[in-house]
Design a protein around this ligand. Structure first.
Ligand SMILES: NC(=O)C1=CN([C@@H]2O[C@H](COP(=O)(O)OP(=O)(O)OC[C@H]3O[C@@H](n4cnc5c(N)ncnc54)[C@H](O)[C@@H]3O)[C@@H](O)[C@H]2O)[C@H](O)CC1
Ligand SMILES: [K+]
Length: 248
């Protein structure tokens, strides 16, 4: 295993979506760690996981399709797109909506990619390509509301039909991170990189079928934050030896 990725030797707490949203809020409001900082760490971990786990540490010339929604999940995938492009991958980004529909920080990532000349366009139509090496799922994260519909749903069907590794950010799009309920359609990932702490829904009995290998990436949550009132979690040091931990 790469020095960037280690197996977990500690039992970390498993949280629900509401707790994760509270972690994000505390990060920003109480600890002044901005969303842009968290997103950079999320996207960097995702790009490293793809490079190390699926391409033996070198993505030069690899065709990587990145599917991005307009929220925080898409924003992290756009950061990963930037890193993979910088490392020599041929990156193609498809989005669920036009530029003006992106929320502010993901929009910032979108505009950086455009300035870099990375191919980024609305996923209508989705590409008919045969030489794809991997797909990144940044379509929907923990703010999933019901069955994926519209372009997001079309992207999920398209990705599942590609027969190449799909690497999901935070959750396979279509999975409820608290209950593990499958919505329809749902991404069937080869690997999932969740963020900060594992979420309960990733351990429900059928979930492995859509999660694939489960990793968790460090987005720099302070130990002190986990003990704040309203969360009451034990401090956790799962990233002591590496930024990415494999959980199963
Ligand atoms: N600490 C962390 O875990 C961090 C997480 N980050 C990432 O941000 C997402 C959560 O971001 P948010 O902006 O709240 O929303 P999403 O990206 O999950 O989704 C919004 C996006 O999805 C569309 N949508 C929702 N439901 C549906 C549906 N049923 N059909 C179609 N489309 C749907 C919605 O319209 C929006 O476009 C979290 O998961 C992490 O990946 C941050 O990077 C910071 C740290
Ligand atoms: K996702």
């Amino acid at each position: 295993m790469s020095t960037y990725i280690k197996n977990s030797h500690t039992d970390s707490p498993k949280i629900n979506t509401a707790q994760m949203i509270e972690v994000d809020r505390l990060m920003m409001d109480e600890y002044h760690i901005g969303l842009i900082q968290m997103m950079e760490n999320a996207g960097r971990c995702l790009a490293i996981l793809v490079k190390e786990r699926f391409f033996d540490g070198d993505v030069e010339g690899k065709n990587i399709v990145i599917l991005a929604g307009t929220g925080g999940n898409g924003g992290g995938a756009l950061v990963a797109a930037r890193r993979l492009h910088n490392w020599g991958a041929k990156v193609q980004v498809y989005t669920t909506a036009e530029e003006e529909r992106f929320t502010p920080i993901p929009l910032h990532q979108y505009r950086i990619l455009k300035r870099m000349g990375v191919s980024i366009s609305l996923a209508e139509p989705l590409p008919e390509r045969e030489n794809i090496d991997a797909v990144l799922d940044g379509i929907i994260g923990y703010s999933l509301k019901g069955n994926p519909h519209g372009i997001a749903a079309a992207m999920i069907h398209w990705a599942n039909s590609q027969k190449v590794p799909i690497v999901a950010l935070d959750t396979p799009s279509g999975l409820d991170l608290t209950t593990g309920e499958f919505y329809e359609p749902i991404i069937k990932a080869s690997a999932t990189l969740t963020l900060a702490l594992p979420k309960k829904g990733l351990f429900a009995c059928e979930t492995k079928k859509v999660v694939g290998e489960l990793y968790v990436g460090d987005i720099s949550v302070p130990q002190e934050l986990y003990q704040e009132k309203g969360l009451g979690l034990k401090p956790t040091n799962i990233f002591r030896y590496s930024d990415i931990i494999r959980l199963y």
